[in-house]
Ligand binder design. Structure first.
Ligand code: C2E
Ligand code: CA
Ligand code: CA
Ligand code: CA
Length: 283
């Protein structure tokens, strides 16, 4: 019995050890990817459901590991946060997206409206940096992007440690014309708190909700109530992950303002996006 116990412990240790090593490898790959400028950006068009036009794009970070495979952002972004690189990588994302799309209104004037925007994902960790606004201003100036073309999506709103600093950051951005959106609404526990604390312009209904609105009655009721609630609070509603016409119909019935998802377009590379904007019907 003693030996069996020992064996178990040895196996357990080995597994832990392997996990730690794999993790460290991943982390050093991520550091190198950042140093060597090897992240990529994809863009997912967001459709205005009232005008049936593209109103903006969501910027999505992409990373291929050393084997060349894309790794899911839900896996590597928490790692970037843990190794303390999220501010730098976040700035990289701002810079590169603004380079890619800075002159987009000239590329596709008929599709790209005056209020066409770039939506960026930002974690509370980024927004609690007291120098966030200053650095963002510097990038906007350098890239000559009108700040009214900028929207920030804030996720994990239930896990904010420095609420006061995040609030200061968001109030300052809001005052200067940057739109603030709550991401993944319906997924966290206390997202309602956001409306009282932050200047929220729009709410993004989480993909997990959109998925079940056409099949699950209670999800449908909740989603409809979220749309009503947001509108009462003067916020717009954007649905994520719309994959079927059935889902789209429901969302339209409820007065949802905008939507994104595979039904319209998957996330696109910069070149694919330019082609898409030049002729959305053909893509
Ligand atoms: P998110 O903000 O909820 O982004 C939407 C996710 O849904 C994206 O996953 C997108 O590829 C996926 N998606 C879009 N349409 C559909 C659809 O019709 N069906 C399905 N099943 N999925 C769809 P992705 O690219 O894997 O990103 C995962 C998460 O990583 C994002 O979730 C966001 O929270 C985070 N993320 C991505 N880029 C950044 C970034 O630059 N900074 C930060 N802080 N987070 C980022
Ligand atoms: Ca998002
Ligand atoms: Ca998210
Ligand atoms: Ca989501």
């Amino acid at each position: 019995a003693k030996n069996a116990g020992k064996g178990r412990i040895a196996v357990f240790d080995r597994t832990m050890h392997d996990d730690v090593v794999r993790r460290m490898e991943r982390e050093s790959q991520l550091r190198r990817a950042h140093e060597d400028d090897r992240f990529e950006l994809h863009y997912q068009p967001i459709f205005n459901l009232h005008t049936a036009k593209i109103q903006g794009v969501e910027v999505l970070l992409r990373w291929r590991d050393d084997s060349g495979e894309y790794v899911s952002p839900s896996e590597f972004i928490p790692m970037i946060e843990e190794i303390g690189l999220i501010q730098q990588v976040g700035e990289w994302v701002f810079e590169h997206a603004m380079s890619d799309l800075g002159g987009i209104e000239n590329t596709a004037p008929s599709v790209v409206q005056d209020d066409f925007y770039l939506g960026f994902n930002t974690s509370p960790r980024q927004l609690s940096d007291p120098f966030f606004v200053e650095r963002l201003d510097e990038i906007l100036l350098r890239k000559k992007l009108d700040r009214r073309r900028l929207k920030l999506e804030m996720n994990e709103a239930h896990d904010i440690r420095h609420v006061d600093q995040v609030r200061r950051t968001l109030l300052s951005l809001h005052a200067s014309g940057v739109g603030i959106q709550i991401d993944d609404f319906g997924k966290g526990q206390s997202s309602l708190m956001c409306f009282q604390t932050f200047p929220i312009e729009a709410v993004k209904i989480d993909r997990s909700f959109t998925r079940s609105i056409a099949s699950d009655h209670s999800h449908a009721v909740i989603a409809e109530a979220i749309v009503g609630l947001a509108h009462h609070l003067n916020a717009k509603i954007v649905a994520e992950g719309v994959e079927s016409v059935e889902q789209l119909r429901r969302l339209q019935q409820w007065g949802c303002d905008a939507a994104q998802g595979y039904l319209f377009s998957p996330p696109l590379s910069p070149d694919e996006l330019k082609r898409f904007l030049a002729d959305p019907s053909r893509s």
